[in-house]
Design a protein around this ligand. Structure first.
Ligand code: MN
Ligand code: MN
Length: 470
């Protein structure tokens, strides 16, 4: 089976639609560089499309009617959307599930220090990163600082043209003889990933020269003064902050032909956006459709906002309760009868690194939506397995909708591996398969996708949400 080229399949009007969609996608990436920012953007988009918050809907205490659209937010870091179908909920749902967290550096709880007249914020990376990729490149800080009185201060510095940016230093090549001999995993160590945030001492106007000099860590003091003036925050407030350091700058078109997108955080915001877009596009459905956009996938789907939390099933229970027919059995039936596309990215074949891939079972950029029966590593350890019956059902749906797709494993056998939220959802007894977009240089500060793949994957998600069950 030779991979098809998606670009060749489009009409002029589809190409036009693809470019509009692609611009929306880049805007989404620019406005959502953290999971919290993504949730804010998604809530706005959902409300514009007629979605109502579940909390509000619960107050009405009336059964959910077909065509109703609801959403619920979990701790500002994860979100779920439901489009109520004409069939009873216990018959199952069509689910799309992506994650909106991405690899980054988090600022530690006690981060600020000064060394040799340079002020630093100490970080601890999040998710799988090649640490050497994060040095000597412009970085921005995004996040929230929550003060003891409960007020939340939002921070986003480094994105506007006249914003300052931050950076991690690297050793100049002239003196790097010893460093260059090290293994790539040791070239830049985790504790070396501290970002530089200042170099100018605090000078108190009117104070005597000796007094200013005597103050300990004057550069750090100057940074603290700026934080106080601009954000009304004290040093202790870092303790209750969630500040994420990410590459500065916007998502860009890539290539002379502008066929690709180069941007931070495409794993997995590319699938989050295309799933969301499909969800908002599909109107009347037989099976209730649901789009889950979760946090913490990159560190094992842990915590209250990750997929292993009970939040999802709690919401389903609330929905049955609203319908006046809650029972544990009905919730279980609903989950087991559901089908799901675990919307996550796959590794695109990289001609510069052919030894990492097995070409017959690899995804290619520009060859459409990617399905993976298995993920995991070594002998498929930690994987979900999508059943042949479910895959056959999906092939029919996608072929009928003229969606171009490919099947792939993540790299050559025994080279490495990875996981998604698929195996967690499979525990409910539902059919689930990984389905998403091929990404080049995944987990790098800037990841690449094909515009055509993103658009085609969105079309695949639409076809799936419209399907009427196995
Ligand atoms: Mn992912
Ligand atoms: Mn990932």
């Amino acid at each position: 089976m030779e991979p098809k080229n998606v670009w060749e399949s489009y009409s002029a009007s589809q190409l036009k639609e693809l470019e509009v969609f692609s611009k929306d996608y880049r805007d989404f990436l620019d406005n959502g560089k953290t999971e919290r920012e993504c949730v804010n953007v998604i809530v706005n988009m959902a409300e514009k499309s007629g979605y109502v918050e579940l909390e509000e809907r619960l107050k009405k205490n009336k059964p959910l009617k077909k065509g109703e659209k609801i959403y619920c937010v979990n701790m500002n870091k994860a979100i779920m959307l439901f489009n109520i179908g004409s069939e009873p909920l216990e018959k199952g749902m069509n689910l799309l599930g992506a994650h909106i967290d991405s690899p980054r550096m988090d600022i530690k709880g006690n981060p600020l220090y000064e060394d040799s007249s340079i002020a630093y914020l100490d970080t601890h990376y999040y998710g799988g990163v090649k640490k050497y990729q994060w040095v000597a490149t412009p970085l921005s800080i995004h996040g929230v600082v929550v003060k003891k009185d409960g007020t939340t201060i939002e921070m986003a510095v480094g994105e506007e043209d006249d914003d300052p940016v931050f950076f991690v230093s690297d050793l100049l090549i002239h003196l790097a003889g010893e460093q260059m001999e090290k293994k790539a995993s040791k070239v830049i160590e985790g504790e070396a990933l501290d970002i530089i945030v200042g170099n100018k001492p605090l000078v108190v106007k009117g104070a005597k020269k000796d007094e200013a000099k005597a103050s300990k860590d004057p550069v750090k003091q100057a940074v603290l003064k700026i934080l106080k003036d601009d954000y009304d925050m004290d040093e202790e407030d870092f303790l209750s902050a969630e500040l994420e350091v990410v590459p500065a700058g916007k998502a860009r078109e890539a290539g002379f032909d502008r066929s690709m997108i180069l941007a931070y955080g495409q794993d997995d915001r590319v699938c989050a956006f295309s799933s969301l877009y499909a969800m908002l596009q599909v109107k009347d459905v037989k099976r209730t459709s649901c789009c889950i956009l979760v946090d913490k996938e990159e560190i094992g789907s842990v915590g209250a906002t990750g997929m292993t939390s009970n939040y999802f099933e709690n919401v389903i229970a609330e929905m049955f309760n609203l319908n006046g027919n809650y029972s544990d059995l009905l919730v279980r039936r609903c989950l087991a009868n559901s089908t799901m596309l675990s919307s996550d990215v796959n590794a695109a074949y990289d001609p510069s690194y052919p030894s990492a891939f097995e070409k017959k079972n690899t995804s290619f950029m520009g060859s459409g939506m990617v399905f993976s029966k298995f993920t995991g590593s070594r002998g498929k350890s930690g994987s979900n397995d999508a059943n042949a019956e479910f895959i056959a059902f999906l092939r029919k749906i996608l072929d009928d909708a003229k969606v171009i797709y490919q099947f792939a494993e993540l790299g050559r056998v025994d080279v490495g591996g990875g996981g998604t939220i698929a195996y967690i959802m499979a525990k409910y007894g539902m059919n689930v398969i990984d389905a998403g977009v091929a990404v080049l240089n995944m987990h790098a500060p800037y990841e690449a996708t094909s515009k055509a793949d993103v658009y085609e994957t969105m079309r695949g998600y639409v076809a799936f949400l419209n399907s009427e069950g196995m």
